[in-house]
Design a protein around this ligand. Structure first.
Ligand code: HEM
Length: 73
């Protein structure tokens, strides 16, 4: 598995972790048991989603530029 695929898989599974954390947050809110760590539970996967997502976003532009350099001579 190459790095691009690895980032995509990590992003996929983080999205599930984030979804679960959001549900836990909603349950905590309804039960009025909100604590700081419950909020952080969602913030951690979201931060990692942002990093892996931005990596996937710039990937096509970086590879395109590299390809153009290779064939554009
Ligand atoms: C936080 C900022 C986020 C950024 C910048 C971001 C960015 C991206 C990008 C660029 C892709 C690839 C699209 C493509 O195929 O070209 C992607 C795929 C995906 N994102 Fe995100 N994303 C973010 C957050 C999330 C969240 C919150 C979820 C769901 C809870 C999510 C779920 C997914 C899924 C399931 C895919 C498809 C993965 C696959 O192809 O296997 N992302 N995202």
């Amino acid at each position: 598995m190459n790095w691009n695929n690895w980032f995509r898989q990590v992003h996929r599974w983080l999205s599930i972790a984030f979804t679960v954390a959001v549900i836990v947050n909603i349950i905590a809110m309804v039960q009025e048991k909100s604590a700081v760590w419950v909020g952080l539970l969602a913030l951690l996967p979201l931060g990692l989603l942002l990093v892996t997502g931005l990596y996937m976003f710039v990937l096509p532009y970086v590879t395109k530029r590299r390809d153009a350099g290779r064939t554009g001579g």
